[in-house]
Design a protein around this ligand. Structure first.
Ligand code: AMP
Length: 182
């Protein structure tokens, strides 16, 4: 399966900015806006994802709010398939299904429209987000996709913060592809 070589990974990684102590002390926020406004880097990433996924015979790309929408929608148009958003509660206007998940303090929830996969039974879908940290959001998203009987064939992240171990949790549920690991 298609992966980037070390030089290509470094090129993409160098296009992503790190912001210390955002949104709170102790967090190093990976700012992908510097990749997005760099047409060469964004195009390189999208070419790579298109090459990797064009043979997967996918039915839909599912993106996690909000940066997963950017990469997911761009990839969906390249693959000529539909895009489905997973959102935080009370954002989607039609009938939704929900999946709750635990945070360090409290719970959060992700939602998707009940007819997101246009009632296609066993739809083959790819889940995508910009970054995996603890994996909580992605795990709940995979469970949400499973509620519809769709088949999440892979979860793709631009960046895996590997010390947090979220990738190990996700690989118990589906294949995982991390473009970059730090
Ligand atoms: P988690 O559920 O812990 O895997 O968190 C993943 C979600 O939080 C993704 O949607 C990311 O966009 C966002 N996120 C978590 N940590 C960071 C970080 N250090 N930099 C940028 N985004 C982050």
């Amino acid at each position: 399966m298609l992966h980037l070589n070390e030089e290509e990974k470094k090129y993409l990684l160098d296009s992503i900015r790190s912001i210390k102590d955002f949104p709170k002390p102790g967090i190093v926020f990976k700012d992908i806006t510097t990749l997005l406004n760099n047409a060469k880097a964004f195009g390189f990433l999208m070419n790579h994802l298109e090459q990797r996924y064009k043979s997967f015979d996918l039915d839909f790309i599912v993106g996690i709010e909000s940066r997963g929408f950017i990469f997911g929608a761009a990839l969906a148009t390249r693959l000529k398939i539909g895009f489905v958003p997973i959102r935080k509660p009370k954002k989607l206007p039609y009938i939704t299904i929900s999946q709750k998940y635990s945070l360090e303090y409290g719970v959060d929830e992700v939602q998707m429209h009940v007819d997101a996969f246009a009632n296609k039974s066993g739809a083959k879908v790819l889940l995508i987000d910009d970054l995996i940290a603890t994996g909580g959001t992605a795990k709940a998203s995979i469970e949400l996709i499973k509620q519809t009987n769709a088949n999440c064939v892979e979860a793709c992240f631009l960046i895996n913060l590997k010390d947090l171990g979220g990738d190990k949790e996700i690989s118990k549920l589906t294949n995982i592809y991390n473009v970059l690991e730090i």
